[in-house]
Ligand binder design. Structure first.
Ligand SMILES: [Zn+2]
Ligand SMILES: [Zn+2]
Length: 122
C-alpha cells in the first residue's frame, strides 16, 4: 500500500509566519488582500493567502496528486460501471466473471480512497 503523506514546508510567501508582510511597511500584499476579500490597498497583518494563514504549505505536486488520484479512481469506477452495464444489456456470457472482477476492483478503490481521505484530513 502506498503511503500518502503530507510533506509540509514553511510557506515561502509569509516565511512560515502565516501573516503576509510582503507589501510596503510590512503591510499585506495585493494578492493576499484579494484573497481575504478585502478592498483597499493598505492592510497590515492579513492571513497569508498562499497558505491560508497556516505558515505551512503543501508542495504543488502533492496537491496535484491528491486532486488527480481520486479523479482517476472515479474514472475507473465509472468506466467499470459502463462496461458491466454494457455486458448486462448484451447478455454477455462472461458477465458474471466481469461483474465479480469489477465489484472487487470498485470495492477496493472505494475502500482505499475512503481510508486515504480520512488519514489525509488529520
Ligand atoms: Zn504563507
Ligand atoms: Zn501576500
Amino acid at each position: 500500500m502506498e503511503q500518502v503523506k503530507a510533506n509540509l514546508y514553511p510557506c515561502a510567501h509569509c516565511e512560515g509566519s502565516g501573516t503576509c508582510k510582503s507589501g510596503a511597511n510590512e503591510s499585506s500584499c495585493a494578492a493576499c488582500i484579494k484573497n481575504n476579500e478585502l478592498k483597499g490597498k493598505e492592510h497590515v497583518g492579513l492571513a497569508c493567502g498562499t497558505c491560508g494563514g497556516l505558515g505551512m504549505a503543501e508542495p504543488y505536486t502533492e496537491r496535484l496528486n491528491k486532486r488527480t488520484k481520486p479523479l482517476l479512481a472515479m474514472g475507473i469506477v465509472f468506466i467499470m460501471l459502463i462496461i458491466v452495464s454494457g455486458l448486462a444489456f448484451t447478455k454477455n456470457p462472461h458477465f458474471t466473471e466481469v461483474l465479480a472482477f469489477a465489484t472487487t476492483l470498485i470495492g477496493g478503490i472505494v475502500a482505499y480512497y475512503f481510508a486515504g481521505s480520512k488519514h489525509a484530513s488529520t
